[in-house]
Design a binder for this molecule. Structure first.
Ligand code: ES4
Ligand code: ZN
Length: 319
């Protein structure tokens, strides 16, 4: 049982954390028909491409600073109630721009929700700005330039999400150079929809301290050893992987094998209601289905705090 354990996560897309009930309320507020994206209070999609489409439709229901404040506060409050002490949310100014909100108001709205959740519950949180891979390298460079000049105290990292099967990692190395020079933490989606080569390319061209997913490193023994030797932290999202059929079931999920090989791993929820999960459920899966001891799960939480993109004083307080 893990409900009493402290929890931390490094990988949750904020629009992907919107409960369907909240999305429905937003849709009613703006007079939008959600028949194509929500049925029986469940998000409708059937593969990664249609998941991304559904995600974009849900995101488009959040249109003001206040909407984003509400979303962040609701998500982080629920996390705190499940024993979570730290959360890094992946945020996408491109989605804010799509609804005409603008990147600054998008970030300020989220920051207000994070502050409100912290005041209520004590939960610590930070934002990682994400570039969207399928929008192409030029768009990602523009998002990286925005992240680099923003210098908001709650924005501490940069990620690359979106369709991993489009473009090569090398095409994004300039975007990552821009955010590295601004001292943001670096992580990148790799080794989820594409294989081990994608993780290797990410290490070679981006030099991140963490990899979002990375689980398909399991296909290459030399790469597993490299991850372990270099201490690269994987943000593993088991429920997401099963939902997207990256692996057929939890019994075939590589988390145990990666852990046994000495790779530093953490537990994460990705887009919880889309994948019928929550951070608390990921902890339960690790315990009950994968057979990790509570002490090992506490070790993963500790790894998340060690790898978090936060100042050292906050890290020491959370450890
Ligand atoms: C993603 Cl662009 C985006 N949004 C939400 N979840 C994702 N996973 C990979 N890319
Ligand atoms: Zn993700």
């Amino acid at each position: 049982m893990t409900h009493h354990l402290k929890k931390a996560e490094l990988h949750c897309h904020i629009e992907g954390a919107a409960p369907p009930e909240l999305a429905l309320r937003q849709a009613r507020k703006y007079g939008i028909d959600t028949g194509a994206i929500i049925r029986d209070k469940t998000y409708v999609w059937d593969d990664f491409t249609s998941f991304l489409k559904c995600y974009d439709s849900v995101a488009s229901l959040f249109r003001t600073e206040g909407d984003y404040a509400l979303l962040a506060e609701a998500y982080l409050t629920e996390l705190a109630e499940a024993g979570t002490i730290y959360s890094e949310i992946i945020v996408s100014p491109d989605h804010g721009n799509t609804v005409g909100l603008g990147a600054d108001a998008y970030i300020e709205g989220l920051a207000a929700g994070m502050d409100a959740a912290k005041a209520k519950t004590g939960i610590e949180s930070r934002m990682l700005i994400t570039g969207i891979r399928h929008l192409g390298p030029e768009a990602v460079i523009r998002t990286a330039e925005y992240a680099a000049r923003l210098r908001h105290p709650l924005v501490t990292g940069f990620n690359l999400a979106g369709e991993e099967r489009m473009h090569s990692v090398a095409e994004f190395s300039r975007a990552f150079d821009i955010v590295r020079d601004a001292d943001l933490g670096l992580t990148i989606h790799a080794g989820e929809l594409s294989g081990a080569f994608s993780v290797r390319d990410a290490l070679d061209h981006v030099r991140p301290s963490r990899i979002s997913h990375g689980v398909r490193a399991i296909e290459d023994a030399d790469l597993i050893k490299r991850l372990a030797d270099e201490g690269v932290v994987l943000e593993v999202c088991p429920g997401s992987n099963i939902s997207l059929q990256v692996f057929p079931d939890f019994a075939s999920h590589p988390l145990k094998a990666l852990y046994a090989a000495g790779v530093r791993v953490t537990l994460n929820s990705d887009d919880p209601p889309f994948f019928h999960t929550s951070l608390a459920q990921e902890y339960e899966i690790a315990s009950r289905i994968m057979g990790f001891e509570d002490s090992e799960i506490n070790g993963m939480t500790r790894t998340a705090i060690e790898a978090a993109f936060i100042d050292e004083a906050t890290r020491q307080r959370l450890l």
